[in-house]
Every structure is written in C-alpha cells, then in structure tokens.
Design a protein around this ligand. Sequence first.
Ligand code: GLU
Length: 292
Amino acid sequence: MVWEGYVGRFAPSPTGPLHFGSLVAALASYLDARAHGGKWLVRIEDLDPPREISGSSARILEQLRIFAMNWDGEVVFQSARLSAYRHILQQLERQGHCFHCDCSRKRVNALDGVYDGFCRGRELASGPNVAIRVRTNPELIQLTDRIQGDYTQNLEQEVGDFILQRKDGLLSYQLAVVVDDAAQGVTHVVRGHDLLSSTPRQIYLQQLLGLASPSYAHIPIIVNELGQKLSKQHFAKAIDCANASSLLASALRSLGMEPPPSLNRTTPSLLLEWGVEHWDIQRVPKLAKIME
Ligand code: GLU
C-alpha cells in the first residue's frame, strides 16, 4: 500500500530487543510523524540473517505496543521483499551503473574505508564470490538535514563505489532502504546520526533511479559512558517495559523536551500525546551523540 501526505517510518534491524537508543529513535520518528498528522510505518530490516537474533522482531513489536507507539498498516519485513530489490538491482545493472568486484576483504580493509575502483574496468563476470558495486562520481551530494543542517559528501572520494550485493549474495542495506522508502511513499526519515553519512549514498541511488528523496532528520545517537553507541555489541540492556512511562519521559528529555511533573505517574499513551502536542524538532540537540 502506498500512503499519501506525510509518511514516516521506524526501521529497526532485528539484532536484539529495543534498547534506550533505539527507543529514542522510534520516539523521534513517531512524534515527528504524528505532530504532522502523518502516518507512521514500521519496517523490520531483516536482510542479514547471520546478524539476526531469533525472536527479536516479535519482541520489538511487542515493546512498541507497550510504549503505545501504534503504527499504521502492516509491518513490512525486508526478508519478504528480496525480489523487489533484485528487480531494481537488475535495472541499475542494465543502465550500466554497476560492476562486479572480487576484491578480498583484506584488500578492501587496507583501503581505509574508501573503495578505490580497482574492479571498475575489469569486466568480471558474475558468479559466486563476486560482489556487485555501483559506480560513484565526484559530484558533490548535498542535503539539508532538518536537525543537523547542511551536509555534503563527495561520494567517490569519501566512500568510493559501494556494494549493492555482497559476495555471499546478501543485498545491501543501502539498496533495500532506498527501494522500500520509495515503495512505501516515505516522505520524512527521522533516524540516528550514525546513518547521516549513509544518506548521500541513498540520495545518489534515488537520483540514478529517478526517485524523489525524502527529507532527512538525524537525531543524536545515545552513547554509554565510554562513548560507545548503545547496541547489542556493547551490551546495552533491553528496555524494561515495567518502567515504560519513566523510560519514555527520559527519552523525551533526550529529544530536548521536559514533560511536566504532573505527568510523572502517567501512562505511556498520555505521555506520547503530550509529546506530540509539544514536539519541536528544533529542540533536538544538534549533536552526533549524547550520553544515556
Ligand atoms: N535498520 C537500521 C538500523 O537499525 C535503520 C535504517 C534506517 O532508519 O534507515 O540501524
């Protein structure tokens, strides 16, 4: 189903239950959508089975329900959309934007994160153990993030030709997110600052495919006292649903809002209602990270 008007989304990867950082990301996208009278979709980004923790998709949806963040329509699972991604990948290949690459991980790692175009002119055939990359160019990609302001990247120099399909056949996040945001009619993306540097890649794919770009807003990511992003790798605790209201109040504070003391003992849904009424994206700290 394609929605109209403001369409936002929360797109968690099922690598574990929600922790405080992902709760804040869910909340920011929810509040921005509802404050605009928009739709809010949930998409489970389960494209990478080796990283998936079984049961976490159901757990995340359950946590969102407990926090009263009710989504519109059906939850979309990326694992059910592989043929749509392959179709678009073939389109990019037919249009001559892609090439095959068999560079080893060791070689690529030695390049310090910027692929040097080594396989661009090699005309390798497809096959097992061959990745598909999209060719980049030195034109600057510029966006004005609603929170962080202007952001510019020279994709060729700062990222290099990037992967659309990995050597093991898995499709990349960059490809899937562009295909899905377009297919679902997403107009506004609100997500963590760690994805700001991916946004020019997504805008570039949108340009190649003739798709409109949504507007972007990147909220600070929540870090622990060591400055590490809260994540499963860094042993972030799952949010404690028994404490939903006080966690939600803390999440609101991380976004620059101060719920009044009269709401101290209230329900998640009343806190959310207050949040929607008082949401002002300009109050969100214009920072890459903030402490939990
Ligand atoms: N699935 C990504 C994550 O959990 C978020 C993708 C997005 O919001 O574009 O980090």
